[in-house]
Every structure is written in structure tokens, then in C-alpha cells.
Design a protein around this ligand. Structure first.
Ligand SMILES: Cc1cc2nc3c(=O)[nH]c(=O)nc-3n(C[C@H](O)[C@H](O)[C@H](O)COP(=O)(O)O)c2cc1C
Ligand SMILES: Nc1ncnc2c1ncn2[C@@H]1O[C@H](COP(=O)(O)OP(=O)(O)OP(=O)(O)O)[C@@H](O)[C@H]1O
Length: 314
């Protein structure tokens, strides 16, 4: 996949099918658009996901970014979907102030767009003035095919990144999965922890939390860990480990079942499937160990009972 960053004037000579938006989380609605462009591959079009390096919603409201997927995670997931180009536009004041007609004309020419698909609420250009009616007019004038789709819904509400964020904050991993079409995922490199885990026979893979990423409440979760193409059952703690340190460094750490390879420095994907309990400060390591073992037993049973993993992956 071509990954275009820090460039507002990139050109693609091959004819393209494109979808546009923020794509935070790559939820089921986003995936519908990605399916639309992927369907155009059979007509010889290259597929482009056109997005921003900074989420406009947070920038405009002067809020700290709280992303479901960091830009890196978004890239990993889009690449897995077989997309040809990921265009991450630098979201500058200049870009923000482009007139909607000019913005579309510019990208249609520069990116050789023949097909475009967006949701019916897509807004673009200065002050969000551009809407689907204007886009339909521009599609005629500039000769590209346009597919405007009704939004995918769940429980009588449009699926949106905002909806997914609410579920994550509430610790509702099952509903997050329904909206996303895949489990809430953390992608990260395994770093060294306090190396206490192995001394209590519960070794854990530690991943540091990205400051821009949204996390569910601190606590223990039934999980799966993907290492390369392999998927393992696991149990994961999200939090600061108050029993063993007062450093307040937030992270995710997974006890991977029946696994003993050295994976320091490797990239893993942690999928959180169900909230189990809050993170707690235990009186001593023995009590913590007992509880961690009970968490692991609970998670194994949950994974098997719900066919989230098979016995070979334990
Ligand atoms: C399933 C599970 C549950 C955990 N629960 C807690 C907890 O409630 N409180 C806490 O302080 N640490 C908790 N931890 C983190 C442990 O303190 C940590 O795994 C242990 O200290 C080893 O850390 P290390 O990998 O840095 O050596 C949990 C870890 C796991 C895997
Ligand atoms: N539920 C949905 N069904 C179909 N298309 C959608 C859906 N949600 C968003 N889209 C479309 O996907 C593209 C990217 O959406 P975008 O990420 O900008 O917004 P969003 O998912 O609605 O999130 P937010 O809550 O931040 O507005 C846009 O073209 C948008 O119209």
C-alpha cells in the first residue's frame, strides 16, 4: 500500500475509486465505503482512502485527540483490507479554508478520481459548507461516478465514531465490537515491564498506551492477542498496576495462554472482548497473584464457551 503523508499535492496518474472522511475506528459504516471502492477494482480502478492526519473534530473544538485508532493503527487496518493508497492529508488552516468546490476539483484532478463514495452526512470545505447535494452537482460537472449511501445503523442509531467512543468509555466491549465489526484493538510493541510477572508464574506482554488513544476503564478484560498470523487466548489488564508501582504509567498487559516465546520488541495486537473487573490495589503480591489466576480461568472459559477461540489456540 502507498502511504502518503505530509503532502497536500500528491498526484495519482492511475484512475481511482475513493472514499473520504476521518475514518477513526474503521467502524461498520466506514467498512461499507471501503467495500464500495474495493468493488471498483474489477473495473481497473485503484482504491484510495482519503483522510486527515489530525481529526478535524478535535482540532476545531480545541480538544485533545481521543482516537479509537491511532494513525498508525488505522494504517495497519487499512493495509489489511487490501487498499492501494492511504492518503493522510495534513489538516492545516489552509486546507480547512478551501472552498468546497475548489477542494473537490483539486482532488478529482490530482488523484484522477472516477468513482467516489461517502455517507449522506459527509461535509467538506470551509465551514463544512459542502454537502451531498453540492457533491452530486460537482460529480456531474467533473464527470465522476458518485455513490452516496445511507448510514449503517445499530439499535436505532447511526453508527459513528462518536457512538463507538461512548461504548469504549463505558467499557462495553461487546457493543463496541458490534459497531466496529471487529473487536476494539490496541496495536503496540512489547516493552519490558518490571519483570515481576514471570516470578509469579504469570508472565505478561506489556504495551505502553498511546496518549492520543481512547481506552476503556482501567481493569481486566477477556482478550485475544495476535502475533503475526497467529491468534492466542489471553487476559489483559488496562491500567497503572497500583499494587506494584506508583509511577502512574498507563499501559496494557496481557497474559497469553500457553505461550512462552520471547516477544520483546515485536508488534502485537490486543483485542479486548469483555470487561471482567476494575483494576485494584491489593494488599500484597500473593493476593494479586490469586486474583490474576482467577481472571485467567474466567477468561479461558469465556473464550471457549463463546467460541471466540478454539482449544488449539489456548
Ligand atoms: C489478568 C491481570 C490482572 C491484573 N490485575 C491487576 C490489579 O488489579 N491491580 C494491579 O495492581 N495490577 C494488576 N495487574 C498487573 C500486575 O501487577 C502485573 O502483571 C505484575 O505486576 C507483573 O508486571 P510486569 O509485567 O511489569 O512484571 C494485572 C495483570 C493481569 C495480567
Ligand atoms: N454509519 C455509517 N454508514 C455509512 N457511512 C458512514 C457511516 N458513518 C460515517 N460514514 C461515512 O464514512 C466517511 C467517514 O466518516 P467520518 O469518520 O468522517 O464520520 P463518522 O464515522 O460519522 O464519525 P463522527 O462521529 O466523528 O462524525 C464519511 O463519508 C461518512 O459519511
Amino acid at each position: 500500500m502507498h502511504y502518503i503523508r505530509n503532502n497536500a499535492d500528491y498526484e495519482i496518474k492511475e484512475k481511482t475509486a475513493i472514499c473520504l472522511g476521518k475514518f477513526d475506528g474503521l467502524h461498520k459504516g466506514h467498512r461499507r465505503l471501503i467495500r464500495n471502492i474495493s468493488d471498483r477494482k474489477k473495473y481497473g480502478l485503484k482504491t484510495v482512502v482519503y483522510t486527515f492526519d489530525t481529526n478535524p473534530a478535535f482540532l476545531i473544538n480545541h480538544e485533545k485527540e481521543q482516537l479509537i485508532t491511532t494513525n498508525y493503527e488505522r494504517k495497519v487496518l487499512i493495509e489489511e483490507m487490501g487498499i492501494d493508497y492511504l492518503y493522510e492529508l495534513p489538516f492545516t488552516k489552509e486546507i480547512m479554508n478551501l472552498e468546497p468546490e475548489y477542494f473537490i476539483e483539486k482532488i478529482v484532478k490530482e488523484l484522477s478520481i472516477k468513482y467516489m463514495t461517502v455517507g449522506n452526512d459527509f461535509r467538506f470545505g470551509k465551514g463544512g459548507r459542502g454537502d451531498y447535494a453540492l457533491l452530486a452537482k460537482l460529480a456531474k460537472d467533473l464527470s465522476f461516478e458518485l455513490d452516496i449511501i445511507d448510514k449503517e445503523r445499530y439499535e436505532d442509531r447511526d453508527i459513528s465514531s462518536t457512538y463507538v467512543r461512548e461504548c469504549i468509555i463505558a467499557g462495553d466491549m461487546e457493543k463496541s465490537k458490534e459497531l466496529l465489526g471487529y473487536p476494539y484493538t490496541i496495536v503496540g510493541e512489547v516493552v519490558h515491564g518490571n519483570q515481576l510477572g514471570r516470578t509469579i508464574d504469570i508472565p505478561t506482554a506489556n504495551v505502553v498506551a498511546d496518549d492520543n488513544k481512547i481506552f476503556p476503564p482501567n481493569g481486566v478484560y477477556v482478550s485475544r492477542v495476535c502475533i503475526g498470523d497467529l491468534v492466542y487466548g489471553s487476559v489483559t489488564n488496562i491500567g497503572i498496576k497500583p499494587t506494584v508501582t506508583d509511577k502512574h504509567i498507563k499501559g496494557a498487559e496481557s497474559f497469553i495462554f500457553d505461550f512462552s516465546n520471547d516477544i520483546y520488541g515485536k508488534e502485537i495486537k490486543i483485542e479486548l472482548l469483555k470487561y471482567v473487573r476494575p483494576e485494584m490495589k491489593f494488599k500484597n503480591i500473593e493476593e494479586l497473584k490469586g486474583r490474576m489466576q482467577a481472571d485467567a480461568d474466567y477468561s479461558k472459559k469465556y473464550l471457549l464457551d463463546n467460541q471466540l477461540i478454539n482449544i488449539k489456540q489456548m
